[in-house]
Ligand binder design. Structure first.
Ligand SMILES: Nc1nc2c(ncn2[C@@H]2O[C@H](COP(=O)(O)OP(=O)(O)OP(=O)(O)O)[C@@H](O)[C@H]2O)c(=O)[nH]1
Ligand SMILES: [Mg+2]
Length: 467
C-alpha cells in the first residue's frame, strides 16, 4: 500500500487562494485531526458523509486557529489519483501554506515528489501515460498553439491513436499465429499481400505522425515571421517597430539591407524569430543578388510572411498581381507609409480592391494599413500575427509528441519496415511475427501499458510539485 503525500498545488507566490492537497490512506484521519466546525472537530463520518462537497470549516493546530477554509474530500476510487484525496483551500499566503505542510509532515505525511499525484493517477489506471504527460505539457505550454495540442493529447487523441495501432497490430499478429499453428496450405498469395499492405499502412501512418510532430515542434519552439517585399518599402523600419528597438539599419537608399537579420521576440507568449530580409528587385549587383536569393529562401521557410507594400508610390494593380500572385495566398499584406500615401491609393481605391483580390485568392491571413513613422496599425498587426500563429484551425496538421514518443514511433516504423521486407522475401510467419511483437511492445511503451520504474521516474520528475 502506498503512503500519504502532500503538496501545495497552486502556483508559488501570493494569491487569493492557496490549495494544499493530500492523497493516500491517511487522508481522512489527518483531515479530521485539523478540521473544526463550531468548535467541535469534524469527525471522519461527518467528512465522509459530505464527500465531494465543499465544507466551510476551521483549520486548527490544537486550539490555535490557522485559517478558515473550504475543504473537499474525494473518496477513492473516484478522485484524481484514485486514492482518498483531500483539498484544503486556504488564503493564498506562501508562509501560511508552508506552515500547513510542516504540520502535515509532523503527522507523518510525506512531501510529494514532482508529478507524484499524476504518477499515482496513472498507476491507478485513471489515465494512460500519454494523458499524464499531456498534463505536464499543458501546465507548461507557452502559446495557445502548444496549449491546444496538449489539450488534444489530454483529451485522449494520442491515447485513441495508440489504442487503434495496438489493436490493428494485434490483429496482424493473431493472423500470423494462426498461420503458424495451423496449416499454411490454405494461405494464398493474395492474403499474404493483404497482410503486407496492412503493415505498410500502419507504417505510413506512424511516419506521417512523426512528420506532423516535427512540424508542430517547429512552431512550438519558435515561429519564423519573415518580412519581405521590394527595396525601400519599410521592412527594416517595421522590424524595429515590432522589436521596439533599432536593430536594422534604415535608410532611404533602396537596397540598404543586404543580408538577412533575425531577432527573437515574443507575442503573447508565442516565441517568435523575426527576420528582416533584403528587398527583392532585379539587380546586376552580385552581392545584392545573393541577398535576394536568401530573402526568397527565408520567405519559403517562414511560418508566417509579412509582405510589405509602399503606399507612398502609385501602383499598377494588374501588373503587381502578375508578379506577386505567388505570395498572395500565404502572406499578411502590410500596406506601409499610410502617413504619406500617394493620392492614387485613395483615388483608385487600391486598398479595398487589394482586399477583394486577396479574398478571391483564398488569402485568409489579412491585409493591414500601417505607418512605421506614426505607429498607426502596428498594434493591429501584432494582434493579427498572434491570431495567425495560434490558429486552431491548423492544429489538424500537427501532432504533439514528447521525445520519448518519437523514439517509440521510429522503432515501430523500423520494425514494420523489417516485417514488410521479410514478407517480400517469403520469410516464415514465425519470423515476421517477431517484428510485429516488437511494434506492439513499442506501442505499449508509448501509452504505458508496458513501463518501468526508471522511465516513469524520468517522465514525472519534470512535473511541478503538487501535480
Ligand atoms: N513616411 C514614412 N516613411 C517610412 C515609413 N516606413 C519607412 N519609411 C522610410 O522609408 C525608407 C526605407 O525604409 P527601410 O525600413 O530602410 O526600408 P527597407 O524595406 O528595409 O529597404 P531595403 O533594406 O533597402 O530593402 C526610410 O527612409 C524610412 O524612414 C512610414 O511608415 N512612413
Ligand atoms: Mg532594410
Amino acid at each position: 500500500m502506498s503512503d500519504t503525500i502532500t503538496a501545495i498545488s497552486t502556483a508559488p507566490g501570493m494569491g487569493a487562494i492557496g490549495i494544499v492537497r493530500i492523497s493516500g490512506p491517511a487522508t481522512l484521519t489527518i483531515s479530521s485531526q485539523f478540521l473544526y466546525y463550531n468548535n467541535s472537530p469534524l469527525t471522519q463520518e461527518r467528512i465522509r458523509k459530505s464527500s465531494r462537497q465543499s465544507l466551510f470549516c476551521e483549520f486548527r493546530n490544537d486550539s490555535v486557529l490557522i485559517d478558515k477554509i473550504i475543504y473537499t474530500f474525494y473518496p477513492n476510487p473516484n478522485s484524481f489519483t484514485g486514492e482518498d484525496v483531500a483539498e484544503f483551500h486556504f488564503h493564498g499566503n506562501p508562509i501560511l501554506l508552508r506552515q500547513v505542510i510542516d504540520l502535515f509532515v509532523t503527522e507523518g505525511i510525506r512531501p510529494a515528489a514532482p508529478g507524484e499525484f499524476t504518477k499515482r493517477a496513472f498507476l491507478n489506471g485513471k489515465m494512460d501515460l500519454t494523458e499524464a504527460e499531456a498534463i505536464g505539457r499543458l501546465i507548461h505550454s507557452r502559446s495557445r498553439f502548444e496549449l491546444e495540442l496538449s489539450q488534444k493529447n489530454l483529451f485522449g487523441d494520442l491515447h485513441k491513436l495508440t489504442s487503434r495501432l495496438r489493436s490493428e497490430l494485434i490483429g496482424i499478429k493473431a493472423e500470423c499465429e494462426a498461420e503458424i499453428d495451423f496449416s499454411t496450405e490454405d494461405l494464398t498469395f493474395e492474403s499474404l499481400e493483404e497482410r503486407r499492405e496492412r503493415i505498410v499502412k500502419i507504417q505510413t501512418l506512424c511516419s506521417n505522425i512523426l512528420v506532423k510532430s516535427s512540424k508542430a515542434d517547429n512552431l512550438i519552439s519558435k515561429s519564423r515571421v519573415v518580412l519581405f517585399g521590394e527595396p525601400n518599402v519599410g521592412k527594416s523600419s517595421l522590424m524595429n517597430q515590432l522589436l521596439g528597438q533599432d536593430r536594422s539599419i534604415i535608410s532611404d537608399i533602396p537596397g540598404t539591407t543586404r543580408d538577412y537579420i533575425s531577432e527573437d521576440m515574443s507575442i503573447s507568449g508565442i516565441p517568435i524569430q523575426l527576420v528582416d530580409t533584403a528587398g527583392i528587385r532585379e539587380t546586376n549587383d552580385s552581392i545584392e543578388k545573393l541577398g535576394i536569393n536568401q530573402s526568397l529562401r527565408e520567405a519559403e521557410n517562414a511560418n508566417l510572411k509579412l509582405f510589405i507594400l509602399d503606399s507612398s508610390k502609385p501602383m499598377n494593380l494588374d501588373q503587381w498581381m502578375e508578379t506577386n500572385r505567388l505570395y498572395l495566398t500565404s502572406s499578411i499584406l502590410v500596406i506601409n507609409k499610410v502617413d504619406i500615401s500617394h493620392t492614387s491609393w485613395k483615388e483608385e481605391n487600391l486598398f479595398e480592391r487589394l482586399k477583394l483580390i486577396l479574398v478571391d485568392n483564398g488569402n485568409l491571413n489579412g491585409i493591414i494599413e500601417l505607418s512605421c513613422k506614426t505607429g498607426q496599425g502596428v498594434d493591429q498587426l501584432i494582434r493579427l500575427i498572434e491570431e495567425r500563429l495560434s490558429d486552431s484551425s491548423l492544429t489538424e496538421e500537427y501532432v504533439m509528441l514528447e521525445d520519448r514518443h518519437k523514439y517509440h514511433f521510429q522503432q515501430i516504423v523500423s520494425a514494420l519496415s523489417r516485417a514488410n521486407d521479410l514478407i517480400i522475401n517469403q520469410a516464415p510467419a514465425e519470423i515476421v511475427v517477431q517484428e510485429i511483437d516488437e511494434a506492439v511492445l513499442q506501442v505499449g511503451q508509448i501509452n504505458g501499458i508496458v513501463s518501468n520504474e526508471e522511465v516513469l521516474g524520468r517522465i514525472f520528475s519534470v512535473f511541478c510539485v503538487g501535480k
